[in-house]
Design a protein. Structure first.
Length: 326
């Protein structure tokens, strides 16, 4: 629901005639319009406290997974612009996405961002609010622009399905559509529960997540939703003890931990096949069980972050780790 603007009392009689839905034409005294249902709403997100008097009207999303949260909540009409895809938008959201202005291939400059005239900026990663670009959250607030950062970037401890529920719930509340959020969360939980039932009693192969890296390996640590996706899909992340969402580890550590499966994150300019080739052609990795047996699984990076693809990622990865499971 769009925010209600206050107008001088002297102008109210002139406005009542065209805005017949706001009052009764025969009234001699105008009544104040009610506040938007559920507002004001105050939320603290990653250390930033914001009070919304009404839902934002012009939103810029920075990073694919938060764009997809907006689209999954049916909020495409609020998008004034978007930026930074890692791969293709989900097919069910493609039509809505194609009607949204793309501000930049990666992050837009502050000039371009402000040119979209947003009242709200929603970032998927901390890098969306880079102070060096003049786009830190405090600076945007001074420009009259409210912000949100996906909570995977600031959760203390491990990120799981409860944090996904919090992210969706709070975004849905900000936009005045809490029931849509509840429905979306229920669907995610149901899919994940189904996978758990199907995998009951299955072995849990050890998994090394390979995001990128040459001299060292950039992998999924134990704090992010990627670690939880591996666990829910019936695997065991060999770097679950890494106290980070992502982090660098040495190849010696990979060799020592003897993963049985390598999960490759698919995104960017380096193809999955190029990543496989790098691993298979490294003599030092030849005796790692996953490499020796050519056991690979693949997930798009956009499926391994805190967004609406989590349940589908669990289903997809479970099928790759446990082929033949119903």
């Amino acid at each position: 629901m769009p925010p209600i603007r206050r107008v001088p009392l002297a102008l109210i009689p002139l406005l009542l005639l065209p805005l017949t839905g706001c009052g009764t034409g025969g009234e001699s005294k105008a009544e104040a319009a009610p506040a938007a249902d559920g507002f004001p709403y105050t939320v603290t997100n990653c250390g930033t406290k914001t009070t919304f008097d009404a839902p934002p009207k012009r939103v810029v999303t920075m990073n694919q997974h938060v764009t997809e949260i907006m689209l999954a909540l049916g909020l495409q009409d609020r998008l004034a612009g978007t930026a930074y895809l890692d791969d293709s938008v989900l097919p069910e959201y493609r039509s809505a996405y194609d009607r949204t202005k793309v501000l930049a291939k990666e992050y837009p400059s502050k000039e371009v961002l402000l040119g979209a005239n947003p009242d709200f900026v929603y970032g998927g990663y901390s890098s969306a609010f880079d102070k060096a670009r003049g786009q830190d959250r405090a600076g945007l607030q001074k420009d009259g622009i409210n912000t949100r950062l996906n909570i995977e970037n600031c959760t203390k401890g491990k990120v799981g399905i409860d944090q996904l529920a919090t992210e969706i719930t709070e975004v849905a509340r900000v936009f005045g559509v809490p029931e849509r959020g509840k429905k979306l969360i229920a669907g995610e939980r149901q899919k994940i529960a189904t996978v758990g039932t199907e995998l009951k009693g299955s072995a849990h192969p050890s998994v090394f997540v390979y995001d990128s890296g040459e001299s060292s390996a950039f992998t999924a640590g134990g704090k992010g939703i990627g670690n939880e996706i591996v666990r829910l899909a019936g695997g065991r992340n060999v770097f679950a003890d890494l106290d980070a969402t992502f982090g660098d580890v040495s190849w010696e550590q990979v060799i020592k931990r003897k993963p049985e499966v390598v999960v490759i994150y698919d995104y960017g300019g380096t193809t999955v096949e190029a990543k496989k080739k790098r691993l298979l052609n490294d003599p030092a990795l030849a005796d790692v069980p996953a490499i020796k047996n050519k056991k690979f699984a693949v997930l798009p990076l956009s499926s391994a972050v805190l967004g609406v693809r989590v349940a589908d990622a669990v289903q997809d990865l479970a099928g790759q780790l446990h082929p033949g499971t119903p």
